[in-house]
Every structure is written in C-alpha cells, then in structure tokens.
Design a protein around this ligand. Structure first.
Ligand SMILES: C[S@@+](CC[C@H](N)C(=O)[O-])C[C@H]1O[C@@H](n2cnc3c(N)ncnc32)[C@H](O)[C@@H]1O
Length: 270
C-alpha cells in the first residue's frame, strides 16, 4: 500500500500532471493557466500580498532584497514589489514573469519610482531565455510555490548563475508548528486550485538536487512557515553564506552586460 501522503485526497481538473504536496494530490495548473490566474489577480495583488506579509511572512522580503548583489535575475518578478528595495550593491535586474498583467503593474512601479537598470521580460523560470553563468544573484520571493516544475526552475537558476553566485529564496513552506502544518496541508488543494499555490512545498530538496550548496535555511514567520534560503552555485569553490563580492565584471555578459562599466550602481532612484 502506498504511504498516506502519496494517496490522492482531492483531484481537480486543471491541466495535466498530478502532483503530491503534503497529503494533497491534485492536478497541477500548467504555466498558461498560471499566467491567466495572475493576469486576473494583478490589480489586487499588492493589497493582498501586503496583508499576508504583515500577518504571516515577517521581514522575508526585506531580507531577500538585502542579500542581492551585482547582476540580479528575479524569477516571477510579479508586480515588482522587490524592485524599489534593492540596494546600491545591485547593478542591474532582469525580472522574468509569465503574467503580462503582473508585468504591467511592475512596469508602472519602475516608472513611478524612477528605477534604472531594470529589464522586465515575459518568460518562464523553467526555461530562462538567458545565457549561462551571467548572474551574480538569482532571487525568488513567493514564486517557487507557484512554479509547476520547481526542479526545472532550480536547474535554470543554477545554470544562469556564475560560479560562486547565490540563489536567494524567500518562500512559505511546511510550517514547523504541527497545528499550522496540518491547517496548511488541509488548505493546500484549494489553494492550488484557486491560486496555483503549493502551500507546503519545501524548496530545499529541489535546490540540492539541482546542484546547489545550501548554506543557510532559516525558518520564521507564523508557525515557522517562512523559509529564508541562501544557496550557492559552488562548482567546487567552497565558502560561507554571504555572496562573494562581484570582482570581475567580464563575467557579466550578453544582455545583462553593463557596457561599459562606469562605476556607480545603475539601479537606483533618479
Ligand atoms: C505569488 S507571485 C510572487 C510575485 C513576487 N515574486 C513577489 O514577491 O511578490 C508568483 C509570481 O510568479 C509568477 N510565475 C509563476 N510561474 C512562473 C514561471 N514558470 N515562470 C515565471 N514566472 C512565474 C506568477 O505569474 C506570479 O507573478
């Protein structure tokens, strides 16, 4: 007999491919369906996300943006809530998202804040249209939970990071508190159905399988549901949890290359 966690509890009809997260086995929404869901949610996203962040997620967004350095690729950039928060050590940002609706809000935010060095693109985190080894930091905040194939997204993050680069991830996942864990697992089939949101997806095994060295995992927020993860593309380099300084600009090539490099950070308020 299959273990309980592998048995289907609810099957809903959203695209192909069953997935088991916690005790819920549901058909997972495909990328097109996810894009439509977020197109519809775009106008109210900031208000809703603000509510959940205040209530549940602690300072995970501030933490994630503070860890970014150099040339940044942001997976599922959404409405661009992170963009005004990046500090002077971030030079350029490429934000990728499948939803034009979310990207539209992000573009307005970039204009409203006068942000420079930001490129927003429609694209799929599972198959990034970016060259190998060109990013200093890959950032994902509350996106991993919605990506249909987080293994593919992890491998892509690993591919586009330069050796020594860091994947910074803030995400909800299975809470450390047993009651909170039970509640989230019970709610998960509905959240996948309505919002493509895998509430109890643990990101860490996906990162490890993609070849990352996971150097920091912090659990916080309500019931310990929020993961703050630093993972390094090591390639045998070793090292600690802080991203190393961006010393060699020649590592940043292709569409992310700041050419020529003029010294002051390109990503800042005008
Ligand atoms: C919950 S929102 C998070 C947005 C933003 N990262 C934030 O912190 O507010 C998830 C975002 O991921 C995007 N997304 C989902 N699957 C994706 C994929 N395969 N590739 C790129 N973006 C994706 C959605 O369109 C949505 O904008």
């Amino acid at each position: 007999m299959r273990p309980l966690r592998d048995r289907p509890h609810l099957v809903v009809g959203l695209g192909a491919g069953g997935v088991t997260e916690g005790r819920a086995a549901v058909s997972r929404p495909g990328t097109e369906r996810i894009a439509r869901l977020f197109d519809q949610a775009a106008r109210r996203y900031d208000r809703q996300m603000g509510f959940f962040e205040r209530l549940l997620f602690g300072g995970a967004r501030a933490w994630a943006t503070s860890k970014a350095r150099g040339a940044v690729v942001e997976l599922g950039v959404g409405t661009g809530l992170n963009l005004p928060r990046y500090g002077d050590r971030v030079e350029r940002v490429i934000g990728v998202d499948v939803s034009e609706g979310m990207l539209g809000v992000a573009r307005r935010r970039v204009a409203d804040h006068g942000l420079r060095g930001v490129e927003l693109r429609k694209g799929d985190a599972q198959a990034l249209d970016l060259p190998d080894a060109t990013a200093d930091t890959v950032v994902s905040t509350f996106t991993f939970c919605t990506i249909p194939d987080p293994g593919a997204a992890s491998r892509e993050a690993h591919r586009v990071l330069r050796p020594g680069g860091t994947f910074v991830l803030a995400e909800h996942g299975p809470p450390t508190h047993p009651l909170a864990r039970a509640v989230m697992r019970a709610a998960e089939p509905l959240s996948i159905l309505l919002a493509a949101d895998h509430l109890t997806r643990d990101p860490v095994p996906y990162l490890e399988r993609a070849g990352f060295t996971v150097s920091e995992v912090h659990r916080g927020g309500l019931g310990g549901m929020v993961f703050r993860v630093l993972a390094r593309r090591d390639d045998g380099l070793g090292g600690g949890s802080e991203p190393p300084p961006v010393a060699d600009r020649s590592l940043v090539v292709g569409s992310m290359a700041p050419a020529p490099w003029r010294g002051p950070p390109a990503h800042r308020r005008r």
